[in-house]
Design a binder for this molecule. Structure first.
Ligand code: KG4
Ligand code: ZN
Length: 349
């Protein structure tokens, strides 16, 4: 079956077509980074308007790239939450109208389920069950993925998400938006050990995390350096290096604990922060020591994309386990989504 996937939860308009037999047929994306850069972050109203402008031409393009007629589609999957409400509504309206016109199902997909399953688009792909580190702009969670729709959150950030911390620290350092790639880039030139950030919540047991303290720590170091008149490009790079090390090492410690405690043999990295090369390198080292296989999607499928939504929607369609009717949700715990689908299937059967 062929499923068109549409992602509009934040600042990328992304679409793709996934075929259950042939795999990913085509995918494309328009990033609004330039549009929001001058504001230092995503402006929701501008995001919605731009999704409206781009969505239809992008859908035409993926159909053409896949050499696929719209009549050949079996379903249209779209991100139904969490995300910016106006942005989500664009994808929701488009997907449901298009599906109604073609008389095929519209499949609401949870954005994080998309991220979680994105490594399945690669070869080799992980096999259920696996452990996942999901680190994006809005979430930092360690999840036990037993099978499609059976996700147990083992630990999560109690405050800021890892990506959010990267974005905020970058802003303080006077770097552009989005902050993750900007910090990673200058951290390469940073001197190891000139500054040392704390590793939050690593001295106590458990898998929960906290990243908001690093923000304050970063702010104080910058203020101190500015006061001493030593805040220059090298200093900026040294702070970025120390910050990245603290976030990555915290995630590594938590993953190591999760692997040891669950005896998992496969670890998956998903979400935008998963694009971070230092995080990948460190987790690879730790996994090698433990004989654990590490999986991650290609860089472009770590950050928001349509392929992950098309893939997740396709799996949902094949198992006939999806919501037949859903309202977009700016906040939406992953477990609520799974529970709603289960309740739905029980009433249907
Ligand atoms: O998954 P994503 O595209 O959107 C959300 O669902 O949130 O993640 C975006 C986040 C941003 O906070 C961005 O700064 C971060 O991922 N990010 C990175 C890198 N690339 C993107 N963080 C660290 N290093 C990177 N290379
Ligand atoms: Zn995302």
């Amino acid at each position: 079956v062929k499923v068109l996937g549409i992602e509009t939860s934040c600042d990328e308009t992304a679409v793709a077509i996934y075929d259950s037999e042939k795999g990913l047929l085509s995918h494309t994306l328009f990033s609004q980074i330039d549009l929001h850069a001058e504001y230092g972050g995503v402006v929701p109203e501008l995001a919605s308007r731009d999704h409206i402008r781009k969505i239809s031409p992008l859908v035409t393009q993926v159909l053409k790239d896949a050499g696929c007629d719209k009549q050949a589609l079996n379903a249209i999957a779209y991100t139904s939450g969490p995300g910016l409400i106006g942005a989500l509504l664009v994808g929701d309206c488009f997907a449901r109208s298009f599906a109604a016109a073609l008389a095929i199902p519209a499949i609401p997909v949870h954005h994080l389920e998309g991220h979680l399953l994105a490594p399945m688009l690669e070869t080799p792909a992980p096999m259920y069950p696996f452990l996942a580190l999901l680190v994006s702009g809005g979430h930092s969670q360690i999840i036990e993925v037993k099978m499609l729709g059976d996700y147990q959150i083992l630990g999560e950030s109690l405050d800021d998400a890892a990506g959010e911390a990267f974005d905020k620290a970058a802003k303080m350092l006077g770097l552009g938006y989005p902050g993750g790639p900007a910090i990673a880039a200058i951290a390469e030139k940073g001197e190891q050990g000139r500054f040392v950030f704390p590793k939050p919540m690593c001295d106590r047991p458990g898998l929960d995390m906290s990243f908001s303290g690093l923000k304050t720590f970063c702010l104080n170091i910058i203020a101190k350096c500015k006061k001493e008149g030593i805040f220059n490009a090298q200093c900026q790079a040294d702070i970025a290096h120390a910050f990245q090390t603290a976030v990555v090492e915290t995630l590594v410690i938590k993953c190591r604990r999760a692997v040891d405690q669950s005896n998992a043999k496969q670890l998956v990295i998903a979400g935008g922060v998963g694009a971070n090369q230092y995080l990948r390198k460190r987790l690879q080292e730790e996994c090698d020591k433990r004989n654990v296989s590490l999986f991650y999607p290609r860089i472009e499928f770590c950050t928001d994309n349509g392929a992950m939504i098309a893939y997740a929607g396709c799996q949902r369609l094949l198992q006939n386990a999806y919501l037949k009717d859903a309202k977009v949700k700016p906040r939406w715990p992953l477990t609520d989504y799974c529970r709603a689908i289960q309740a739905h299937s029980t009433t249907n059967n």
